[in-house]
Design a protein around this ligand. Structure first.
Ligand SMILES: Nc1ncnc2c1ncn2[C@@H]1O[C@H](COP(=O)(O)OP(=O)(O)OP(=O)(O)O)[C@@H](O)[C@H]1O
Ligand SMILES: [Mg+2]
Length: 318
């Protein structure tokens, strides 16, 4: 690792490593808002954002999302795959807040009928303006197909993070992602932290993110710490395993019910399959981890893989 960073941004320093394809990212305590106009420091922010980002990247990787994250190296740093950052900020919103609330005159916290994905041109000198697909095409930042993929990827990430957070009593209001190219792939890069997301307590709507700094609400470091604590908590999930006989397997129980139905005059029924529903409550790290565990249990114990098919659904237990 070299001493001088390759790049020093507002929140992080990026260092070269011994490997040409890896960078070390160091998270700073410095905080800025309103495109650098408001400056300050948030106690322990670097460590907390490094830990929080690492946790989110791990959750996403478990759910099959490709990210630049390799591993956390020490309190303030993580090792990542070097990418060519695409100068687009991909913002996904579930509730109105910040610039969206302002632009459309919507009350902060208004629920959106479905998530909104927005693109901003990553250019500090221009103040990161909101742009649409025509601007993106004119700027030649990504192809229309890539843009479509980025939007779908943002929505998929939204689903994963939203579920994960809801299980820990946190609402994901909105968040900003950056993607980068490596070879002919596009992967998720940068950070996912209270600097780049809005997190609200699900019960009280208390803010657990950088809005506390932007709006001088106090207890900024404490809020980042609280969010991190919640991520560490295993959460409660409800898992449903539906087990059904394979179509090729005879179903004597079903046949018996069908015969009874017919003998009672219900001639409209022509086929039947009897199965079982197993509902379980358990704690786990994430929806993906619980799903994987339940599939293993279904194979080994809950179903007979020779004769039965199963379907698993997992959701946060409310
Ligand atoms: N895997 C990666 N490879 C290369 N660059 C990365 C990677 N992940 C993040 N970056 C870039 O490293 C920089 C991190 O610094 P920081 O977040 O402090 O920047 P910033 O002040 O927000 O400024 P800006 O993001 O506008 O450059 C960002 O420019 C980010 O796009
Ligand atoms: Mg940044």
């Amino acid at each position: 690792m070299t001493e001088t960073p390759l790049y020093e941004g507002k929140a992080k320093k990026v260092f070269r490593t011994d490997r040409a394809d890896e960078y070390l990212v160091f998270f700073k305590d410095d905080a800025t808002a309103f495109n650098g106009v408001k400056k300050g420091r948030i106690e322990s922010k670097g460590e907390l954002n490094n830990a929080i980002s690492s946790a989110f990247f791990e959750i996403l990787a478990q759910a099959g999302i490709k990210t630049h994250f390799l591993r956390r190296v020490d309190a303030n740093s993580m090792l990542v795959k070097k990418v060519d950052i695409i100068p687009l900020e991909v913002v996904t919103r579930n509730l109105a807040a910040g610039s969206l609330a302002q632009r459309l005159g919507w009350a902060e916290g208004k629920a959106l009928p479905s998530p909104i994905v927005e693109f901003y041109y990553k250019d500090d000198a221009l103040g990161d303006p909101l742009i649409n697909n025509s601007h993106i095409a004119a700027l030649g930042l990504v192809t229309p197909r890539e843009l479509e993929w980025l939007e779908l990827q943002a929505l998929a990430i939204n689903q994963i993070l939203r579920q994960f957070l809801l299980a820990r009593d946190v609402k994901l209001v909105d968040f900003k992602l950056e993607f980068g190219r490596v070879g002919n792939e596009i992967i998720l890069a940068d950070e996912i932290s209270p600097d780049t997301c809005r997190f609200w307590d699900a019960q009280t709507n208390q803010k657990l993110d950088k809005d506390r700094f932007r709006q001088d609400l106090g207890q900024v470091s404490e809020a980042y710490q609280e969010l991190y604590q919640r991520l560490l908590n295993p959460a409660a999930y409800k898992a449903r395993v539906e087990v059904r006989l394979k179509p090729s397997v005879l179903d004597p129980q079903g046949e018996a019910i069908l015969r009874s139905l017919k003998s009672l005059g219900h001639v409209e029924f022509s086929s039947i399959r009897v199965g079982k529903l197993i509902e379980l409550t358990l704690t786990g790290d994430s929806e993906a981890q619980v799903k994987e565990k339940m599939a293993k249990l279904a194979d080994e114990l809950l179903a007979n893989p020779n004769m039965e098919n199963y379907a698993i659904t997992v959701e946060p237990k409310q």
